[in-house]
Structures are given as structure tokens and as C-alpha cells.
Design a protein around this ligand. Structure first.
Ligand SMILES: [Zn+2]
Length: 810
């Protein structure tokens, strides 16, 4: 569509801008030879902003966990076509494993949420979370529905569809295969497709949102068949703007999910697989999917009045992306579009699809901002907010463009305040202005740290602070905005108390309890106060002095709590107190646990930890003479002083060079040692690492209360030095074990059998075999989760594992 008056307006603007802009035009058109990475990124951002003006459609990708999203398709849809892409995750993935650090559960959920944000940036998509608890691997949709609530899952999905209003939905999950969370998510999105459009479903939501009819729903198809109801997305095409293929971009997005690695380093030379989706649902009013459709929205049509108001601006009827190197013309065209009211509509048309108009309008604002080089943000200094303290924030408005910008109004919104900031009224090209934001964090504001306690309450990323600048170039007004988030922190934060929980055993219950407490001041002044620990009939503490924003790690040693029964189920409280009045300003609790677990005397244990301190803590709690080993120690040092060596879960993955040193471990066993190897994933452990064949399978036992059978009730591992009973398998967390061996040499003895209810018994979870003068143990049970949780049964069994074998004569 051509606007009659646009040419004239365009010429007038061009002329006046030319006068403003003094440099010769040739320089604008030819980028300097040494284009830096930032220039390239700016160029890509501008290109994206211009492309976005051409596409009014929204596609939603539905996934159960972070890293289940189809990053390749999301990347192609946004980067190639400018489609607005959102992803919807059922959980934060906190029930998964962590391949890079010690965090698990809610702490892992926080990291995975951040990884998802980073991956989304690469894909150009917008992540949203339903916030269901990830309780670990489950095998059926039914188990998942029991935990989440079937109706609640539908309710949250429907609300997000009504809020985000996708035209098409895609998902990797079918209704019958894989993880129970996947099946449940795949099954429910089919229902949500219809329910979101039905005013009788969740009518209470309609006070906040309208019903919404998604046009099409696609499920990833693993077969190679193509038909008229299939779309194929080939991510191997090179993105001319970014110089890499979409598959390469998607892979670098996937790699952001680092806790779930290792990921492939490169796209295979033969290229990434072509992705196929089958159309499984379509509204009766939707246009049929055209043959050879390239995107889920191909062929969809908007009502005519709406479409007429969503026509992208052009120059000489060519898309603006073709003018990326002609900044001035681009700028003039965008300002003229803004002035003409492109993407706005009379109320009766606007009301037909308000969200789409708002989306396209904000896209136009973003394109203008990218073309003008205008930006507004809060400086990163003083990044945290303390209730009752002045927030020391600074607003920056920048002009990285080629024309002078007038500042009409800069507004800060946040912390219950709306402030109009004092700024100069114009910014020449290449300059920025700043303004103090004088606002005090209300005393009543609740903290957002530790983040792991805010996974489900919507305050995970902190308090939102909005900046908005109303700017003018040549009489045309446009808006740039920016939302950032800051944590609300106490004056002084207890960052960490180690160990927690505190486990004692008969060997350690008479020793003083030794804690390390890390505190961090968030004050801009010195802090003087008390670090205190109190518990059942004890109290200790000392003064602490912290510099502005200073941190320190303090030792707190408390006398032994002599009676085992007395500490069971109790906890210690650590506080930071103001000296006067003696008022606690930060608090943490530490559970105290007594485990009746003993290790044979004078045992010396070496251990190779993988991702956390669980082994170190457990061995200390058992009072064992233990030494942390490195792969280098294993490869080169004398191992004869050790009775037992423990390789932590996924140790061959965490330490790739351990494979090269493995013959030393086998020699250690041959010479009389006991080697205990914790669980590994299928592809991480090869049979030749063990003295005799062990072939891992894919089987898991996910019910943490699955029955456990003692196959060899008289075996020392079940009797010495601790007599193991069913009680030791009560109250387990997360699961029984994973990647159980499916085949093993007959020289191994299988000690325990278990399985999820209704499934075949798995007998390979704990295998032990004599080798040379020593013993080799491989175990797929998740002992580490039980040790970390402080489960007495876990300590009793672990004590038997490290006590196993003779060598007592040494
Ligand atoms: Zn998943």
C-alpha cells in the first residue's frame, strides 16, 4: 500500500536531516573497513528490527523443560522471517542434573532459568514459565498430572495463550513418548488449544484477558514423511546478516544450557537434520496450510481492516532491510512512518486485535530506536536495592546515531514511584546524558534473595524497574524503553552457610561443629554488627565489621552437642544482628542430622569429586581419614596408602583425562584396593573402564519409594559394619537410580534389585566383583543425592561401600 502524501513528507524530512547531519553522505553508506564486532551486532539488531516490521504473526513453542524447546525452528522463524516467537516452559528444570556445578533443585532451577534467558537471546525468542515443580524424571503423564494437577496445568496454559495470543503453536512433545513431563505437556496443549477460545473455560480469567483462538497446532514428527499437512524447516541455510547458518546459531543457543551438557561443539559437517512438523489441529476458519509451507503461519490471513493497518513501511516499494547501509534514508523513512501513524488504527479496528497492534507499534519504536541509535537504560552501578535505603540509580539516555535528538521526557517507573527526570533537552550525535534517579526502596519491600526461594512466586529475577524516554527527531516523536531487574537484598546478606545440613555420626558427634559462614554487605557505608549462631541450648558468635559492599567468610565453631537424640530433627539458626538494638537483619537455618553410620577403623579413602562437595562433606561427617584426589594424583602418585577410592557420579565425564589414567585405578584394585564408581550416563561410561564387562542401559527407577529387594541378604555390603534394613531406603529423595547396567559379566555379584511399580525388576544397580586382590564396585543408585540431603540410610550404606574389602592387615 502506498501512502499518497508519504513522498512529500519523506523529501522534507530528508532535506532537514541532511542539514542537521553535517558529514558527507558517502561515509554513512560505506561502513568503515575495520567493522568491529559491536558494529556487526548493531547492524544485525537493526536488520532484525526492520525485518520485524514485515511480519505480524506470533508462534509459540511449548516445552516441558528448558532445553526442550526447538531452538532451530525458533531461530529460523525470527531471524529469517521476523515472526514474533515466544516459548512456554512447564518447569524450570530444577529436577535435572548439573554438569557444571554443585547446585541442584531450586538452586539449579535459578541457573536453568537464566540459561533459558540466554538461549532465548540467541534464538530471538521470549521465554515464559508455567512454574510447575520439576520433581525429576517420571515415566507417565498420569504421574505428572498427579503432581501438578491436570486442571491446573490446563488453567496455566490457557492463561498464557490468552495473554500471548499465538497464531500457531509448535511443540517437540507428543502425547505418548519420553519423559512423563513431556507427555503431560504434549497432551495438555492439545486441550488448551480449544479451551483458550472457549469463554466457558476459566471464565475468571476473562476479567484480565480475552479468549483467544490459536489457528494451528503442530507436533514435531520424527518420521521422514511429507504431506500437505507437514512443514519442513531446514536450518542449514546461511544467515546473510550474521554470517553463520541458523543451525549454528541454534547450537550456540543450546550450548547456553550448560548445566545440561555436554552438547556437540559443532554442527555435523553433513548439516543439521531438517525439522518436520505435522499439523495436528487447525480451526475451521483458518486458511488451509499451503503446499510446501515454510513456516507454521504460511497462508494465514488477518481480517482485512486489520491487515490494511499493518502494512510494513517501504522505500520505493522495497523492504527497508535493503537499505541497511543507507542509514539516513532509512531513518527518514521510519520517522515518516511514525508520523503517518503506521501500525495504528481507529479504535474500532484496533479493538479487533489490540495485542497485535501493540506488538507492531512497539516493533516500530524499536526500529526507530535502532536506526537513530537512541537508547535508555539504568547504569549498572548500585545494582541491588536495600529496603529503607536510597537506591542510587542513574538513568542514561544515549545517542549513538547520526542526527541530533531532542529529549522530551525521561521517566522512571519502579519501587512504587513514577519520576520525571531532569535532563538536558537535546543530545548531539555520539553523546549521552545521565540523570540521577532519587528513589528510596520502601522499607516494606520483601527481599528477592536468595533467588532459589523465589522460583515460583514471580520474583525470580528481582524487582522490575522501567525506563522510558520520549524523544524527538525533526518534530517526530518516538519512544524508547527498557526494563531491567534488580534484586532486593538485606543490608547484610548471609550468602552461604557450610555445611548445611550438618551431619554427625558416632565418630564425629563429640567433635566441635565447624561452620563457614559467608556474609556480604550491600551497604554503601561501613557495617558493624554481630554474627550469631544459636540452637538447642547453645549460642555463639562474634562481632563483624564490613567495608561498604564488603564480604567476608567467618568461621563459627560450636561445642559438641553431646546427645545424639537431642540434635535429631533440630536446627541451628545463623543471624546477622545489628549491635543496638540487637535486631536480626539476616537469617539462615541449618538442619542438624545424626546418622548412626560407622566405618571400619583406620580406613584411608581417596576420592575424586565431580561437581560438588558432597563426598568431602560425607567423608568428614563419617570421621574418615580422606584425601581429595586429582586426576594427576591418580595418574602419578602412590595409591597404595588408600584402602578405598571413590569416583563421584559422572566422574569420567567431569574429568575427561581420567580415561587415560583408568589403568592406574584398575591396578589399584588388582593390588588389593576397593574402587567405588558412582553412576554415569549411558555414553559416559565404557565397559572397558571396569575390570569385567558392564554395559549400561537407559533404565531409571524414578519413584523414590520404589521397593528395594536384597538379592544377597548375607553379603557384607548389606551387613558390615552397618546392618542395612529397609529403613535405610525410606525417605529417599528424587529417585532410586539411573542408567542401570543392562548386562554384566557373571563374575559380578548383584546385591540390590529395584524397579518402578509395574516394571521389570532391575538387578544391576549395585554390582561388586573381586579383581586381583581387591574389589570393584559400580553403582547406579543415586547415593550422592541422599548424602547431600543428609539421609541417615544413605550414610550407613555409603559407610559399608567404603569399608568393603579386606586390607585391614595394613
Ligand atoms: Zn525435558
Amino acid at each position: 500500500m502506498v501512502f499518497r502524501h508519504s513522498k512529500r513528507l519523506y523529501s522534507a524530512l530528508l532535506l532537514s536531516l541532511l542539514l542537521l547531519y553535517q558529514q558527507p553522505r558517502a561515509q554513512v553508506q560505506t561502513p568503515p573497513a575495520d567493522t568491529t564486532a559491536t558494529d556487526k551486532a548493531d547492524q544485525a539488531a537493526l536488520h532484525q528490527a526492520l525485518l520485524d516490521l514485515t511480519n505480524p504473526w506470533t508462534v509459540m513453542c511449548v516445552a516441558a523443560h528448558p532445553d526442550d524447546e526447538d531452538g532451530s525452528t525458533l531461530t529460523v522463524l525470527r531471524r529469517k522471517y521476523g515472526i514474533h516467537t515466544v516459548s512456554l516452559f512447564s518447569t524450570f528444570g530444577e529436577g535435572g542434573q548439573n554438569a557444571v556445578g554443585p547446585e541442584l533443585y531450586e538452586e539449579l532451577g535459578v541457573i536453568r532459568a537464566r540459561e533459558t534467558m540466554a538461549a532465548s537471546q540467541v534464538q530471538g525468542s521470549e521465554p515464559h514459565f508455567l512454574g510447575f515443580r520439576d520433581f525429576g524424571f517420571s515415566k507417565s503423564a498420569e504421574e505428572t498430572f498427579r503432581a501438578w494437577g491436570e486442571k491446573e496445568l490446563l488453567r496455566r496454559m490457557v492463561l498464557q495463550i490468552r495473554l500471548l495470543r499465538p497464531d500457531a503453536i509448535i511443540t517437540n512433545h507428543d502425547t505418548t513418548s519420553g519423559h512423563g513431563h513431556h507427555q503431560a505437556t504434549g497432551r495438555m496443549i492439545l486441550q488448551a488449544f480449544d479451551a483458550a477460545a472457549d469463554p466457558k473455560q476459566f471464565p475468571e480469567q476473562l476479567a484480565q484477558v480475552s479468549t483467544w483462538q490459536v489457528q494451528r497446532l503442530f507436533v514435531r514428527s520424527r518420521g521422514a514423511e511429507t504431506s500437505t499437512t507437514t512443514i519442513s524447516i531446514d536450518p542449514n541455510e546461511k544467515d546473510p546478516v550474521r554470517g553463520t547458518t541458523f543451525a549454528q546459531q541454534a547450537l550456540s543457543g543450546l550450548q547456553k544450557h550448560a548445566t545440561q551438557g555436554p552438547w556437540p561443539r559443532t554442527v555435523p559437517a553433513s548439516g543439521a537434520r531438517v525439522i518436520r512438523y505435522s499439523l495436528v489441529k487447525q480451526t475451521s476458519s483458518a486458511t488451509p496450510l499451503p503446499e510446501n509451507a515454510k513456516t507454521p503461519v504460511d497462508g494465514l490471513r488477518l481480517p482485512e481492516q486489520v491487515a490494511a493497518k499493518l502494512v510494513a513501511p517501504t522505500i520505493d516499494e522495497k523492504p527497508l532491510t535493503q537499505f541497511i547501509d543507507r542509514r539516513l534514508e532509512l531513518l527518514v523513512s521510519l520517522l515518516s512512518a511514525r508520523r503517518r501513524g503506521v501500525f495504528t488504527a481507529p479504535k474500532e479496528v484496533f479493538d479487533l486485535d489490540p495485542q497485535r497492534f501493540k506488538l507492531m507499534s512497539s516493533r516500530l519504536n524499536r526500529a526507530v530506536a535502532a536506526a537513530t541509535g537512541a537508547a535508555v537504560y539504568l547504569s549498572s552501578a548500585g545494582s541491588e536495592l536495600v529496603p529503607g535505603e536510597e537506591a542510587k540509580l542513574e538513568a542514561i539516555v544515549a545517542n549513538a546515531g547520526i542526527a541530533e535528538i531532542q529529549i522530551k521526557q525521561v521517566t522512571f517507573r519502579g519501587l512504587g514511584a513514577e519520576l520525571k527526570l531532569e535532563t538536558p533537552d537535546k543530545m548531539p550525535p555520539g553523546t549521552e546524558v545521565s540523570a540521577d534517579v532519587k528513589v528510596t526502596t520502601p522499607r516494606t519491600y520483601a527481599l528477592t534473595v536468595p533467588s532459589s526461594e523465589h522460583l515460583y512466586d514471580g520474583r525470580l529475577f528481582g524487582e522490575p524497574l522501567d525506563m522510558e524516554a520520549e524523544l524527538t527527531i525533526e518534530g517526530t516523536t518516538f519512544v524508547v524503553d527498557n526494563e531491567s531487574r534488580r534484586d532486593i537484598v538485606p543490608q547484610v546478606e548471609i550468602v552461604d552457610v557450610k555445611p548445611s545440613p550438618y551431619v554427625t555420626t558416632p565418630a564425629t558427634s563429640q567433635k566441635p561443629l565447624d561452620f563457614h559462614v559467608r556474609v556480604q554487605s550491600h551497604l554503601k557505608t561501613d557495617f558493624r554488627g554481630l554474627l550469631r549462631m544459636s540452637g538447642p541450648s547453645l549460642e555463639t558468635g562474634h562481632e563483624i565489621n564490613l567495608k561498604p559492599n564488603g564480604a567476608e567468610t567467618s568461621n563459627l565453631v560450636v561445642r559438641p552437642l553431646s546427645l545424639a537424640g537431642q540434635i535429631q530433627g533440630s536446627e541451628l539458626t545463623v543471624t546477622v544482628d545489628l549491635p543496638v538494638p540487637k535486631e536480626p537483619i539476616a537469617k539462615r537455618t541449618v538442619p542438624l542430622i545424626y546418622a548412626d553410620a560407622v566405618v571400619v577403623s583406620a580406613r584411608k579413602v581417596g576420592y575424586l569429586p565431580s561437581y560438588d562437595e558432597t563426598l568431602e562433606r560425607a567423608l568428614a561427617a563419617l570421621g574418615v581419614d580422606a584425601k581429595k584426589l586429582s586426576v594427576d594424583d591418580i595418574a602419578k602418585s602412590d595409591l597404595t596408602p588408600y584402602h578405598t577410592i571413590v569416583i563421584d557420579n559422572r566422574g569420567y565425564e567431569a574429568h575427561r583425562d581420567l580415561i587415560g589414567a583408568n589403568s592406574r585405578l584398575l591396578k589399584f584394585v588388582e593390588d588389593g584396593g576397593t574402587l567405588v564408581v558412582f553412576y554415569h550416563r549411558l555414553n559416559e561410561f565404557r565397559s572397558e573402564f571396569a575390570p569385567y564387562q558392564i554395559t549400561l542401559g537407559n533404565e531409571r527407577v524414578t519413584e523414590e519409594d520404589a521397593p528395594v529387594t536384597f538379592l544377597q541378604p548375607k553379603h557384607p555390603l548389606l551387613n558390615f559394619p552397618n546392618k542395612i534394613t529397609q529403613k535405610d531406603f525410606a525417605d529417599w529423595v528424587q529417585e532410586r537410580g539411573l542408567y542401570f547396567p543392562k548386562e554384566w559379566d557373571q563374575r559380578y555379584t548383584a546385591i540390590l534389585a529395584t524397579s518402578d511399580r509395574g516394571e521389570p525388576l532391575l538387578k544391576g544397580g549395585l554390582l561388586v566383583a573381586p579383581y586381583g586382590r581387591g574389589n570393584y564396585i559400580y553403582t547406579s543408585f543415586v547415593w550422592y543425592r541422599q548424602l547431600r540431603e543428609g539421609l541417615p540410610g544413605g550414610y550407613r550404606f555409603f559407610a559399608n561401600l567404603i569399608s568393603y574389602g579386606r586390607r585391614k592387615e595394613d
